[in-house]
Design a protein around this ligand. Sequence first.
Ligand code: CP
Length: 312
Amino acid sequence: MQMMQTKLRHLMSPMDFSTDELAKLLELAADIEANQEKYAHVCQGKKLATCFYEPSTRTRLSFEAAMLNLGGSVLGFSSADSSSAAKGESVSDTIRVISCYADICAMRHPKEGAPLVASEHSRIPVINAGDGGHQHPTQTLTDLYTIYSLLGRLDNLTIGLCGDLKFGRTVHSLMGAMVRYPNIRFVLISPEELRIPSYVRDNILVKNQAPYEEVERLEDVIHQLDILYMTRVQRERFFNEEDYVRMKDFYILNKEKMELARKDMIVLHPLPRVNEISVEVDDDPRAVYFLQAQKGVYIREALILTLLGLRP
Ligand code: CP
């Protein structure tokens, strides 16, 4: 195992990495995926803390699988109720304590900015594993790695983002990361009420002069797309159940709609899905969302190694 000199570094947003750094991270993930034995003991003696104040299956368990694959150990909590947050402890106090127990921490929190606050009081790298409706940078790393693995490029792409573009933090993070590559065009497919927030439009699309169109009907645009990124309507972020019920089945990707798409389009979804992709689509070779979840382990391994400054 090699230890490289690194200064304390956190991951709050996918834009924290330059495109050159991202390229290195993707290459490292590809090497890990192809040579898993080589990395099996790199993190021996290191501990990952997973501090999840909000439910998760993929992010928490793929982080844990990543650290175990690297020969390290994991500790943590999977809900605010099972931590001292339930007694009123602040995130800044919690991370001070976690810094005594672990070498690196992945944190998910319902409040936007909570992982950033933690990073400001931490002695160990903190990874934002999703903060409210704001950012989900490791999902974006997973998305980039999946796109790069399957299509061989991150430029010259027409990307359709479909569903809850208002509350879907994965969409905001992905747009911010992709806008930095040449010739990326976005097709934003959502009902009027779930369009991207104006701060995302201004800070990402307008600022970077990224071409985009906003439409409501998936059927009208699916034929143009290299990538269709489906999202779930985020029930937990709605202020009332009635609005959620009205919106939840606005889009259902089924075989009929897939017939309108190109043969080489890929369908991504951060998961979990509810009804927005019919299970009949799962057998279509273009439906790669379960493979995407698997690739999330390799990119998180690459991230852990990079932030800890370790190599085999
Ligand atoms: N994609 C994603 O963040 O899934 P989980 O909520 O299960 O972690």
